[in-house]
Design a binder for this molecule. Structure first.
Ligand SMILES: Nc1ncnc2c1ncn2[C@@H]1O[C@H](COP(=O)(O)OP(=O)(O)OP(=O)(O)O)[C@@H](O)[C@H]1O
Length: 311
């Protein structure tokens, strides 16, 4: 993979603020940069401000304060270059239902002034598995197909950055997988990807780095592995050789639940104990251990902890 580390960020946002006309503060002094060449996840609960941030980059929402640069181009100073550097797939499905997918892409290429010999509409339709629908009316496409057409439409001018706002909402598992394969393929070719999603598992698998936004504020921005590592609670499931009876207590146990007669689900905090100490404590409580399963914390744990703390 190309080493992009010495280059300026793909997207550079500083002190971005958006107050809607009704006084709603959707973005509150957000500073974040997206390194080139990465798959970057923007996560947050409903209403956190993710779409507002993307719509500011798309030029659909006017910011109240701060600056944003796309591929080095300030969106106020160089709006045209900024726009040409980014392809955005919004949550809403926007295209004329009376055009065919092929016409939709050709029109979009015309809009961006892509010369005929550099257009690749059929190639893009093939990439999103819509080549057999090239000449069907777009209104006859299923929801998932329309969404994939939106992705192809965002790529007609070959931007170095692709932004996907909830791209898999309402898309079934198989098509979701195909969409992600395509996103990975684009990324392998050097396209920087920014995506918002509610599917934490997906973000964890796909993203190199994740930022979390809550109530318009940035509350985390870390490499995915580091973020997942922030989950403090771990679970160890211990099966013992006899019926448990009274649930044991110990300072290293955060929470203990009984499952069946002989299995204890013990939650402990990584910063206070390790699994070995927890197991030793179970033995001190007079149980002989016959089986152990541990569960690693995942992004969902971190997300819930962080958003709860920031609420
Ligand atoms: N045009 C608008 N006028 C007033 N308030 C708005 C407008 N658009 C969005 N908001 C409010 O701004 C806040 C942020 O909304 P936004 O759509 O950016 O959140 P989001 O993180 O994308 O949420 P979701 O995941 O539900 O799409 C919300 O409280 C929303 O109600």
């Amino acid at each position: 993979m190309t080493d992009h580390s010495s280059l300026q960020p793909a997207i550079d946002i500083e002190g971005l603020t958006k107050v809607y006309s009704d006084g709603k503060v959707a973005l509150d002094d957000v500073t974040v940069s997206v390194p080139r060449g990465q798959i970057f996840g923007l996560l947050g609960p409903n209403g956190a401000g993710k779409s507002t941030l993307i719509n500011v980059l798309a030029g659909l929402v006017n910011k109240t304060g701060g600056t944003a640069r796309i591929w080095g181009f300030d969106i106020d100073v160089n709006p045209r270059n900024a726009k040409n550097s980014i392809g955005i797939v919004n949550q809403e499905i926007l295209f004329d239902p009376f055009f065919t997918p092929l016409e939709t892409l050709e029109n979009q290429a015309g809009f961006y002034g892509v010369p005929q010999d550099r257009r690749r509409s059929m190639e893009l339709l093939r990439a999103v598995h819509l080549d057999d629908k090239a000449n069907a009316y777009s209104r006859t496409l299923s929801g998932g197909m329309k969404r994939r057409l939106m992705v192809a439409k965002a790529m007609v001018h070959s931007p170095p950055i692709l932004v996907l706002d909830e791209p898999t909402a309402g898309v079934d598992i198989m098509l979701r997988q195909q969409l992600w394969d395509y996103v990975r393929h684009l990324n392998a070719q050097g396209v920087t990807i920014v995506l918002t999603t509610h599917y934490l598992e997906e973000a964890e698998q796909l993203c190199d780095r994740i930022a979390i936004i809550n109530h318009g504020r940035l509350i985390a921005n870390k490499p995915t592995r580091e973020l997942v590592g922030m989950a403090q609670e771990k679970l160890v499931q211990v099966t013992v050789e006899r019926d448990v009876g009274d649930i044991p207590t110990h300072p290293s146990f955060e929470k203990v639940e009984l499952s069946g007669e002989r299995t204890l689900n013990i939650t402990f905090r990584k910063d206070r104990a390790n699994a070995g100490q927890v197991l030793a404590a179970v033995q001190q409580c007079g149980f002989q251990i016959v089986d152990v399963v541990t569960r690693e914390p995942d992004l969902e744990d971190v997300f819930l902890n962080l958003t709860a703390a920031a609420a």
